[in-house]
Ligand binder design. Structure first.
Ligand SMILES: [Zn+2]
Length: 220
């Protein structure tokens, strides 16, 4: 009731001009124009939509769209790993195809499995770094992006988590659906080759040979 009275009081002071054509105005912008971007910002804090979600770490990195989409699913925890399939009522005994020891969860497959840990270590060794890795994918990607690295390596640096995730997912699917296992050395080489091909998009035209590219992965 009180609100209705205040509304009527507010409307009372409005002078209508019958010559001005009616139009829709959105009150959140001076221009009166509705913008999806502005609405998203407006709704974000109220509904935890933004939640410091690291969308730039996926969509602003120059990777093939298929790889960006896959990273997006990994960060949202919705890759079709066995734990997610069992949540969808698939009946199965979950076991990681990479190590055949632990249950297959996303965090295990991409971070904690020995094969995943070795791929992360390979890059850390290239850059001569030690790192206490966070326990979930989102924190890993955010933490990785927080390293202060030189601008010359920054673009490649940002591509590395997605490269590792994709390499593991590829290998996991080969083992799951084709029954083929790549040797660990080949898996490492494939991972570096993915990165090389995405950095230069067309490796044949790249200014660097693959070996030069690999040896350039340093922080100097
Ligand atoms: Zn494993």
């Amino acid at each position: 009731m009180e609100e209705s009275v205040s509304l009527l009081a507010a409307l009372h002071s409005v002078a209508f001009n019958s010559e001005t054509p009616d139009q829709l105005n959105w009150g959140e912008k001076k221009s009166g124009k509705f913008l999806v971007k502005a609405t998203f910002k407006l709704l974000g804090p109220q509904n935890a939509i933004t939640d410091h979600w690291p969308w730039k770490l996926i969509w602003k990195i120059k990777l093939p769209p298929k790889i960006s989409c896959f990273s997006w699913t990994a960060l949202h925890g919705v890759c079709l790993t066995q734990d997610n399939l069992t949540r969808r009522k698939f009946q199965m005994a979950t076991r990681c195809y990479m190590c055949m020891k632990e249950a297959e969860t996303q965090n295990h497959l991409f971070l904690q499995c020995q094969i995943a840990a070795d791929l992360w270590s390979m890059f850390l060794a290239h850059f001569d770094l030690t790192w206490v890795m966070p326990q979930n994918i989102k924190d890993v990607v955010i933490s990785w992006s927080c390293w202060k690295v030189d601008s010359t390596i920054k673009r490649i640096w940002k591509m590395i988590p997605a490269t590792i995730f994709w390499s593991i997912w590829n290998e996991r699917n080969r083992r799951c659906f084709d029954g083929i296992s790549t040797t660990y050395q080949s898996l490492k080489a494939n991972c570096l080759m993915f990165l090389y091909s995405w950095v230069y998009l067309s490796p044949l035209d790249s200014p660097d040979s693959f070996l030069n590219f690999v040896s350039s992965l340093t922080l100097n």
